[in-house]
Design a protein around this ligand. Structure first.
Ligand code: SF4
Ligand code: SF4
Length: 202
C-alpha cells in the first residue's frame, strides 16, 4: 500500500501552473488560466489528450450482469496495457487491435458509468477542478501513482492470460471507488514547516 503524503510538496501548485503554461506555449497559445479549467468543449485535441491523468483504471476489464445490468470491475488488464508505465502500449493504432476500446468525448464521458470517479474527464465534465495529484497540478507524472489513484502495482493478468470463466474471480472493489488518496493531503501546521511528502517517485 502506498503511503499517503502528509503534506503537498512545496510549490506543487505553482509547478502545475508552470507546466500548464509550458503546454500552452507548445500549443501556440498564451494562457491566462490553466487550459484544463476551460470547458471541455473548448479544449483542443492536444489539450484534451493532456487532460488524462494516466491512472489506467479505464483499461481494466469490466463485467456486466446481464440480468441486473450491474457493472463489476476486475483487475484484469487489456492486452495492450503496459503495466509498468500504466499506459496503452499502442495508443495511436489501438483500435486496430482492440476495436471496442471506447474513445472518450465530451458527450459520452458523462454517460459512461464505469469510468472511475477520479477520471479527469469526468471531474471536468462535472465542473470540478483537477485534484492535487494530477500531474498538471503537481508537476509530476508520479503523483497519480503515489497517491494510490492509479492501478499501477495492483493489476492482475492480461485478458489473454486468463480463461473467460475465471474472470469473475478477479473482481475487485477498489476499481470503482474513489481511493483514499483522492483527498488532498493536510497542509503544514505552520508556515515554513518541512513537508514530509514523498509523493514523487521521479
Ligand atoms: S480513467 Fe480517465 S484519467 Fe484515468 S486513464 Fe482513463 S481516461 Fe485517463
Ligand atoms: S486499447 Fe489501449 S487505451 Fe484501449 S483499453 Fe486497451 S490499453 Fe486501454
Amino acid at each position: 500500500m502506498v503511503k499517503k503524503p502528509a503534506s503537498p510538496r512545496p510549490g506543487a501548485r505553482d509547478k502545475g501552473k508552470e507546466l500548464g503554461k509550458e503546454l500552452g506555449k507548445e500549443l501556440g497559445k498564451e494562457l491566462g488560466t490553466p487550459f484544463w479549467r476551460k470547458p471541455l468543449a473548448e479544449l483542443s485535441k492536444a489539450e484534451w489528450e493532456a487532460l488524462c491523468d494516466g491512472c489506467g483504471r479505464c483499461c481494466l476489464v469490466k463485467l456486466e450482469d446481464e440480468d441486473s445490468g450491474r457493472i463489476y470491475h476486475t483487475d484484469i488488464v487489456c492486452n495492450l496495457f503496459d503495466k509498468a508505465s500504466c499506459r496503452c502500449s499502442s495508443y495511436k493504432d489501438r483500435h486496430d487491435h482492440v476495436p471496442d476500446c471506447v474513445t472518450l468525448n465530451r458527450r459520452n464521458v458523462q454517460q459512461i458509468a464505469w469510468l472511475p470517479p477520479t477520471c479527469a474527464y469526468k471531474l471536468r465534465a462535472a465542473g470540478e477542478d483537477l485534484p492535487w495529484w494530477h500531474y498538471l497540478v503537481s508537476g509530476s507524472r508520479e503523483t497519480v501513482h503515489a497517491a494510490g489513484i492509479s492501478c499501477r502495482g495492483r493489476t492482475g493478468p492480461k485478458e489473454s492470460e486468463i480463461a473467460l470463466d475465471d474472470y469473475p474471480s478477479r473482481i475487485v472493489r477498489w476499481r470503482g471507488n474513489a481511493p483514499r488518496g483522492r483527498r488532498a493531503p493536510a497542509k503544514p501546521e505552520k508556515a515554513g514547516a518541512k513537508s514530509r511528502a514523498n509523493a514523487g517517485k521521479n
